[in-house]
Design a protein around this ligand. Structure first.
Ligand code: ATP
Length: 322
C-alpha cells in the first residue's frame, strides 16, 4: 500500500449515491451465518455527503499525520449512531489502520492534528438503500484524498470488504453483479438512464430480521439474473421492469404487509415494474422517463412517508469540492 504523501486539500466534500437491487437471489446460508447472494446493484441519485477537514497547524505537515485524531459529527438523523459505531467512523479507522495515519501516540503534544468529519444524510436509514455502506465508502474516498494516502480504488475496496457486504460496491458505484456475501463485484455493461419513483417509509426494517424471515417463508426456487442483465445491456426499460426480482421481497411483505399495497399502487399508477429494494422497506417503481416518474410520484405520494424521483445509474462517490 502507498505511504503518506504531501498535502493536497485542507477540506474535501464527497457526495455518495444510494443503491437499489435490480435483482437479488439468496443462494444459501454459510456456516458463519452470512448468506450467499447473487445480486445486480445499481446506484441511484439520492445522496449523502461527507465533509472532511484538517484542523490545526500541525495538520499541514504530512509527517504529523501519524498523530492524527478524528472527530465525527452528523446532522441529527433518527437511527444513525454518532459514535464510533457509525460506519463512516469505522471506515476512517480502517483507513487509518491500513495506512499508519493516527498510529502514533502523541501523549503530551500540545499541537495535535485533527480531522473533522461531518455527515449529512438524505439516504433513508435502514431502508434497503445501503445508506451506511455508502457513508463508509464516502469516508474512505474523502480521507484518502484529504490525507493524501493515495490508495487506489481496489485497495479501498479491500478495506471496504471488512466493513460490510455492500461497501465495496459503494466504493466503485455504477452497476455491478455481486456474488459471495456481496463483496465480490463485477461491473455490468449498461445502457441508458433509468427513472425511478422511490417510496420511502419512516419505519425502518432491520436487514437481519428480513433475512431471518426469509429463512422461514422462502420457497426452493432459484432465480437467475440473465433477463435483468440483458435488459441493462440493451437499455430496455420495459424489459427491465418486467425482470426486476428480489428474493427478500416475500420476507419484507411478511413483516410489513402494508408494503404489498405500496407496490400495487406503483404498478396501478403505471410503473413498468416495482420491487422492494434490498431488505426494504423502500419500494422502487421503474418509469419510462423522468416525466413519467414525476407523474407516478404525484399519484402515489399519499401512500408513503416520502416519495422521491431518482435516476440510475448514478456513478460512485465523487469529490464535489476541495
Ligand atoms: P443495507 O441495505 O446495506 O442492509 P440499509 O440501507 O438497510 O442497509 P442502513 O441505512 O445502512 O440500512 O442502516 C442500517 C443500520 O446501520 C442503522 O439502523 C444504523 O444503526 C447503522 N448505521 C451505522 N452507520 C450508519 C450510517 N452512516 N448511516 C445509516 N445507518 C448507519
Amino acid at each position: 500500500m502507498a505511504a503518506t504523501g504531501g498535502t493536497k486539500h485542507a477540506c474535501v466534500r464527497v457526495r455518495v449515491p444510494s443503491k437499489v437491487n435490480l435483482f437479488l437471489s439468496i443462494r444459501g446460508e454459510r456456516p458463519d451465518g452470512y448468506h450467499e447472494v447473487m445480486t445486480v446493484l445499481q446506484t441511484v441519485s439520492i445522496y449523502d455527503t461527507i465533509r472532511a477537514e484538517l484542523v490545526g497547524p500541525a495538520a499541514a505537515h504530512p509527517a504529523s499525520r501519524r498523530f492524527m485524531e478524528l472527530a465525527f459529527t452528523q446532522e441529527a438523523t433518527d437511527g444513525v449512531p454518532s459514535d464510533g459505531s457509525n460506519l463512516a467512523v469505522r471506515a476512517a479507522k480502517g483507513l487509518m489502520a491500513a495506512t499508519g495515519v493516527g498510529s502514533a501516540d502523541h501523549d503530551g503534544q500540545a499541537d495535535v492534528p485533527l480531522t473533522r468529519m461531518h455527515l449529512s444524510k438524505r439516504i433513508p436509514v435502514a431502508a434497503g438503500m445501503a445508506g451506511g455502506s455508502a457513508d463508509a465508502a464516502a469516508a474512505l474516498v474523502a480521507l484518502n484524498d484529504l490525507w493524501s494516502v493515495e490508495l487506489d480504488r481496489d485497495e479501498l475496496r479491500e478495506i471496504a470488504a471488512e466493513l460490510g457486504a455492500d461497501v465495496p460496491f459503494c466504493v466503485t458505484g455504477g452497476t455491478a453483479l455481486a456474488t459471495g456475501t456481496g463483496t465480490a463485484t463485477a461491473q455490468v455493461l449498461t445502457r441508458g438512464v433509468y427513472a425511478w419513483v422511490v417510496g420511502i417509509s419512516d419505519d425502518p426494517l432491520s436487514t437481519a430480521d428480513v433475512y431471518r424471515a426469509h429463512d422461514q417463508v422462502a420457497d426452493d426456487r432459484t432465480f437467475e439474473p440473465d433477463a435483468v442483465l440483458q435488459a441493462l445491456r440493451t437499455g430496455d426499460a420495459e424489459a427491465l421492469g418486467a425482470a426486476l426480482h428480489n428474493d427478500l421481497e416475500a420476507a419484507a411483505f411478511h413483516l410489513r404487509p402494508d408494503l404489498v399495497d405500496g407496490k400495487e399502487a406503483l404498478l396501478d399508477a403505471g410503473a413498468l415494474g416495482a420491487i422492494v429494494s434490498g431488505s426494504g422497506p423502500t419500494l422502487v417503481g421503474l418509469a419510462s422517463s423522468a416525466q413519467h416518474a414525476a407523474a407516478i410520484a404525484g399519484e402515489v405520494r399519499h401512500r408513503f412517508d416520502r416519495v422521491e424521483v431518482a435516476l440510475s445509474p448514478a456513478g460512485g462517490p465523487e469529490i464535489i469540492s476541495g
